[in-house]
Design a protein. Sequence first.
Lengths: 487, 426
Amino acid sequence: MNAATPRAADWAALLADALVGTDRRSSAEPADLLDRSGAWAAFRRAGTRPVTDAGSLPVPAPPDSRPLVGVAAARRLELLLEGGGRLDYSMREAILHEWLEVVRDRGRRIPPELLPALLAHGRQHIPVRPLISEVGGARAHWLAEQNPEWTDLTSEAEETADPQAWETGSYAQRRGYLGALRRRDPAAARRLLSDEWLNLAPPERANLLVTLATGLGADDEPLLESGLDDRRKEVRTVAADLLRVLPGSAYQARAIARAQRHLVVAGERVEVRLPEACDEAMRRDGITPKPPAGIGERAWWLEEVLARAPLSAWPLTPATLLDRVRGDEWATTVHRGLARAASVHRDSAWAAALVDRLGGEPRGRDLAALLYPLLRPDEIVSRAARALRAGTVAGLGPLLESTPRPWPPELSRLVLNGFSDLARRSKVRGELYRLARLAGLGLPVSAAAAARELAESLRQVEGVDTVTLDTLAATLAFRHEMTQEIA
Amino acid sequence: VTVVWSAEQILALAPDASSQKAGRGLGMPGSWREVGHSIDPAALWGLCNGSGAKPYQTCVDLAGAAYRCSCPSRKFPCKHALGLMLLWTAGGVPDVSPPEWVTEWLETRSARQEKAQASKATRTADPATAARRRNSIDAGVSELERWLIDQVRQGLASASRADYRHWDAMAARLVDAKAPGLASSVRRLASVAGAPERLFTEVSLLWLLVRGYRRLDDLPAGLADTVRSRVGFPVATADVLAGPRVRDHWAVLGVRDEADERLTVRRAWLRGRGGRFGLVLSFAAAGQTLPADLVPGTSIDASLCFYPGARSLRALVADRHGEPAPLAPPEGTSIEVALGEYAAAVADEPWLDRWPMVLGGVTPVERAGWLLVDPSGAAVPLALDPVGIWRLVAACGGAPATVAGEWSHTGLRPFALWTEGRLVRP
């Protein structure tokens, strides 16, 4: 080994010889070459120098004075983000939401190294973004600026103020730009849309027209009316859906006149007159001529006509009108049409009056489920209580889903009692499973001990599905510990 | 009295990431019945509701760190044992006397163990075996020498296009020659074969090792030991423990696991108050448990015995003189100083492929790749996957932190950082 002060050129020369092979270059003996390059290699390793052109340092994230959650809480967050344990995907998602709410309410901060996983989660789950933004605080916003993948995360939707997005962006980006503009300046957004309307690709028209739902006003009517004559069904549907909720629109006037022709309020009587035909004007306003399977043509047209009229068409209170329709052979059809109108116009008085009159078959239950969220919380609780007492569990699921969490004590007690009864009825096993999942998320965490006792007490009973109740108890225990450890 | 283990220690026992996750999920009271803990015998047990009709019986021998569970899993510890231990650390297990199924198992286990110890004691070292090994390795080194010369004769450019069999055949012959250290060096060549200059560097260093072996008797004692261990001569644990003991308060800076399909290696990096680094390795076959007695973020008053060598990092914990204490954020050095220490170490031990560094006041910066920049503007590349990078960037928030990691010639792979007084694992 004879390489006390190797020179840079030597290494390059040795490398060239070694790559080509000494057989082809007679200049060096292989052993001699390796002796020299061995010394060189060690010399080069030892001589590693720092990088010196690292550029400027980043602007640090603003401080966040909220105290950190503890180690146990941080580990729980990791578990919720990564998965594992007995919780399936959708349960975990719901519990993560609760975890973030508790952390926010208690004014805590999460360990910043977990923010990337949380932001990545927010990419796929838009509803949780505002919470992530709030709990993540200044550090999350700072981090989102560093990584283009997370830039949208701190906003609730994929909105952007960058005009470039409109000029050259994808459909989604153009919609994001128009949506943001509409929020800031409704008139400007409408002008931009009308100016480009005729140049837009047909599938994009419906997609962009939807943005008018924000800040909808009388000035939007001409564009929407023209949308009713569009060649594309999707555009016509969006236009009709917006016009029917635009107060004082010509569409509403037409719909009211039409509805009053087929549900006639005359003195003390209310008369149902089925439409004879689905004419051109009805079709233009979005009424589908062809009924779904199992419904007669004319009954369907009646339902559609009533569904599309605002409830102000009726000069009577809900109770009075419904009283006077009672006994009519088309009463259920009338109820369903009005129920759809109540759902569109978010009218809780009509919703409360109609919710029990929609019939027991699946379609009636589906429509009822649309009305539950409009009911007052105490109304929902008393309904759920009645259903549990009567043991009629069908339809209870959507009702409980609409109940604000955590469920009030009265309802919680009834649900737990109800379970001990339901668990013994093997016919409702599927329902029990569904309700247990809802209860796992809806019951207050203070019910954890009671749920565990319930599962234990039923363990010895023949034919009882204890797995479902164990899962319920475990979910509640998980949430209970989770809220305890976020000190 | 048994010391309750930390959740960190328990999770470190998990044979793989999926058991770790599953174990965390089972560490909740809702999953368990009839749990108990006893001090003598030191054991932990419980019934866990599984998918079957019968609950699983899970039992942990805390003294011997052994696990038994009636579940069908072939991992040790299984998720149930992990969950049970996590429940125990959370204070969810009462002290009661063990039921029969637990005592029975503990008794059969201790009987088996005594038998195994008795047979181990009868084994002794055989000088003839050592001589045979030496001859065999000599022959392997000669073959490697000829092979390296052939590579350079024919040109590394053609070797870099060869498929894995080219390297594997030579590595296999070195395994047969009882030179596992050389065999893994040859396998490493295959992993850098695509980059000709890296390949040439590694070939040259391997040649240097072969030359060192040929002149073993002329080398200083430390370097000779290094060469022997790099070639693959085994070092008996007993011999290491018979060497000098270095007592200090050793900071456990970080622990990193590296796994291939057969073996998991756990590397625990320590630093004494005098600045000396130590590396404690442990090995486990895939699916088996690694010890978790060195917990990052703690400091232990212990005596280490270092393996022989010129720049020996590897050590065994010979004695502990007290319970682990929490560790204050360590002092870091500048990048210039750390690279200077690395240069001095390479001068003593040219084959060093990893060297620990604790850098003070460094900030992650993105420029082509990610770098760590110190206050003087000097920087080193970061060798981390994107998930690790972003954890690091998020933890620092653009502010300087103390970062400890393994330096290899491609960059620094952090195993710990301290920010706002808190230890974060990247």
